[in-house]
Write a protein that binds this ligand. Structure first.
Ligand code: AMP
Ligand code: GLY
Length: 423
């Protein structure tokens, strides 16, 4: 099979490595890819939002199967464009990717189908939002409706902050058109867990759980980022939590989408909060998490292509997903200053050590080739993952390997997976 992956981050590198392991795959392309992906796939210089060009490339090269890694093209309808041209593609159509593309849509869906989530109100008019906030309990959570690189969420402790928030989202349009509509949500407390799943429109198969670390600095301080590190599985995702989520959240979401005439095929990422009143959905994403994929996929025993084909062909019920009985930790190596301002183009040393060592992975997120050398090219530069017998071993190994790599302005959190010490 010839396979094309669309995207250019650490998640897509993890997808590329899993695809390359499949005996089904003879040729792997990635558009646009990055320097690390270029070691396992042929990178094609077409942007992830250039749907027509990507589909034309897939036709010309007789690509058998395309995997969409990123949220923007999915929400923009890339799957519909590929399907119209008779191309096989893994990911939700536009009418289903709205599960991630509109927070108002996903909240309304959960309300209609009794899927546990935080109480909320939706506003199109900032004046109405401000009036509502006068009576709301603080802290309160404001969410821009549309995609905002994971940054369109403001947690406001006081009424003053909330008023400022409405202004920045709805009036100043800090997150662009994503803020034309806004969701105001009850603040929840608890531990967060990410659960990824494969879905074929009817059947859902859950993958091993993970936990992200979204804030830039140790101790969950600093700004929200795309994610600074992950571990899998999450010891807080107990058998009881799993049973509850199967009963009230997972299949209920898949059935709700089907009932709405929006059958979901692809990956649903459930962002869960384990509250005192039980697990609740914080958000849905319509794709693998980044850097969740970097700790979940290396532990999956299945041939990823086989599972994805079963999703597209509506026969996921024939497949059982199996995971290695171990753990993985991913530490993101970022450019100092991320997520605000940072330097690019710094040479990266020490990458060759990963080629010789089993159970260690160095996923490239923001890298590029310059004069034959690998250089930094983004805020999140690399994701160093290690597998171990348990979380403690995996964490020790991941931090050991994080030291193998050197580049100017290298920055990382030092407390990824620290939560396991509380157990
Ligand atoms: P989201 O993009 O919806 O996942 O929100 C980003 C982050 O904001 C989440 O990972 C949580 O840490 C936090 N968050 C979102 N919604 C809430 C909520 N209702 N209560 C508390 N924290 C929240
Ligand atoms: N790591 C969170 C996300 O991919 O949205």
């Amino acid at each position: 099979m010839k396979v094309l992956i669309v995207g250019s981050g650490g998640r897509e590198h993890a997808l590329a490595l899993s695809a390359a392991k499949s005996p089904k795959v003879e040729k792997l392309y990635c558009a646009p890819g990055n320097a690390g992906i270029g070691q396992v796939a042929e990178c094609v210089p077409i942007g992830a939002m250039e749907f027509e060009k990507l589909a034309a490339f897939a036709k010309e090269q007789a690509v058998d199967f395309t995997i969409i890694g990123m949220d923007d093209p999915l929400v923009g309808g890339i799957v519909d464009v590929f399907e119209e041209k008779g191309l096989k593609v893994f990911g939700p159509r536009k009418n289903a990717a709205i599960l991630e593309g509109s927070k108002a849509f996903s909240k309304d869906l959960m309300k209609k189908y009794n899927i546990p989530t935080a109480a909320y109100e939706t506003f199109d008019d900032p004046k109405e939002a401000l009036a509502y906030l006068e009576t709301a309990k603080m802290p309160v959570v404001l969410k821009a409706d549309g995609l905002a690189l994971g940054k369109g969420v403001l947690i406001c402790k006081t009424l003053e902050e909330a008023k400022e928030g409405v202004k920045s989202i709805m009036e100043d349009k800090k997150f662009g058109a994503a803020g034309n509509r806004m969701v105001v949500e009850e603040f929840m407390t608890g531990r967060e867990v990410s659960v990824l799943s494969f879905v074929d429109g009817k059947t859902i198969r859950i993958l091993s759980s993970a936990q992200d670390h979204k804030r830039a600095k140790d101790g969950d301080q600093g700004l929200n980022t795309g994610g600074m590190g992950t571990f899998s599985p999450s010891p807080f995702y107990t058998k009881e939590v799993d049973e509850f989520c199967h009963k009230y959240i997972y299949q209920a979401t898949v059935d709700a989408m089907a009932a709405e005439g929006r059958p979901f095929v692809g990956v649903i990422f459930f962002g869960l909060m384990l509250t005192e009143d039980g697990p609740k959905v914080l958000e849905y994403n319509a794709r693998f998490g980044d850097p969740e994929a970097q700790v979940v996929l290396p532990r999956m025993k299945n041939d990823m292509l086989e599972v994805m084909q079963a999703c597209v062909e509506g026969r996921l019920d024939e497949i059982q997903i199996a995971f290695e009985d171990n753990a993985a930790v991913c530490v993101v190596l970022a450019s100092d200053g991320y997520p605000v301002a940072y330097e690019k183009g710094c040479p990266i040393e020490g990458l060759e050590r990963f080629e010789k060592t089993q159970d260690y992975y160095c996923f490239h997120a923001g890298t590029a080739l310059k004069d034959g050398k690998i250089v930094t090219n983004g805020g999140r530069v690399l994701g160093v993952t290690a597998k171990g017998a348990d979380l403690k071993e995996a964490r020790r190994k991941a931090y050991e390997a994080a030291e193998w790599v050197r580049f100017a302005n290298k920055y990382m959190r030092h407390d990824i997976g620290k939560a396991i010490d509380e157990l």
